[in-house]
Design a protein around this ligand. Sequence first.
Ligand SMILES: NC(=O)c1ccc[n+]([C@@H]2O[C@H](COP(=O)([O-])OP(=O)(O)OC[C@H]3O[C@@H](n4cnc5c(N)ncnc54)[C@H](OP(=O)(O)O)[C@@H]3O)[C@@H](O)[C@H]2O)c1
Length: 349
Amino acid sequence: MLRIAVVGATGAVGRECLALLDGGIVPVEQVVPVGSARSLGRDLGNELGLSLPMAELVTLDDLDPAGLDVAVFSAGAEISAREAERLASAGVLVVDNSSAFRMRPDVPLVVPQVNPGALDDRPGPNLVANPNCSTIQLVRALKPLHELAGLEDVVVATYQAASGGGVRGLRELAEGSRAILDDPRAQGTPGGRFGQPLSFNLVPEIGLQDDTGLTHEERKLVREPRKILGLPDLRVSATAVRVPVFDCHSEAVHVRLREPVTTESVEAALAATPGLRAYGRSQSPSYPMPRTVFARPEDRALVHVGRIRVEPEDDRAAALWVVADNLWVGAALNALQIVELGLKNGWLG
Ligand SMILES: NC(=O)c1ccc[n+]([C@@H]2O[C@H](COP(=O)([O-])OP(=O)(O)OC[C@H]3O[C@@H](n4cnc5c(N)ncnc54)[C@H](OP(=O)(O)O)[C@@H]3O)[C@@H](O)[C@H]2O)c1
């Protein structure tokens, strides 16, 4: 039985962590919700209808590491960079959802279905990094293709939901959409969570651009798969786009492989992969969509892959359409599956 602190418990990811813990994903003795001073006094158990054994919400300053087994951080990179190591050095296993530690060589970057071996032993610094939400669903779809025919080149375009921008992103999409339905000529104003008005719009810039023109989100999609898949030379080209969808990220993925494949062999490799649902060409529809994936908990827990095809003129080029819930597969569920792996490997709990 674990005592787990959920840091950022009131946020989009933190609330899903609490819901998954309430569903019994790992055995819990007590959950300690942690938020900013703004949230002191909130009763999240009651608000979210949870029956978990929960302590009162505390701030990070008042979070005592004594007796804590795990802290799942989902409060942004700045807070992780400032606070996570204090807990880790006091013996708490920190699973961090932010980008603060992902590329640190001594910190494992883990997707349990892809590189579980990275957690055979307890990580020395007591830190495990959860990859970026778009990276997780990408590498889960790429791994079976790599095992089938060897990955050479990946081109990905993302269609990322507003929930990737947290509680504020979801609110802005709802409010902006209502304003446009009331007045179709309303333009909204630049700024806000997405830099530009998102409602009825597409925003092809997630995070700041560097001097090569790559955005922060795109840089994560280029670098993180190399570390997770253990392929330091993998070429990845990414365009990340925010779309006016509330939940679930989608990705159009094109891969170039070392060996020839057929549509049937790619479909079979994906269909045989645990945790992944493949949509064959004979199915109708032959593709997943964000709203249908989000509708059922059993689907929110999977990576969905459709539009599976091999280019007619190049039997080493395959294309996929990948959809997953960024809050579960891309964040809370992956983090708690990391905890589950620590328990299974006997070095936690
Ligand atoms: N959303 C996604 O799809 C997704 C996916 C993967 C990773 N992530 C990462 O997960 C993290 C959280 O994202 P989110 O979307 O859940 O954001 P969010 O909805 O904006 O939630 C942010 C959370 O951080 C808490 N927080 C802010 N300042 C704090 C402080 N000083 N001390 C303690 N808690 C504080 C907030 O608490 P209060 O409400 O009390 O202010 C809130 O619970 C980010 O690092 C993000 O990059 C998000």
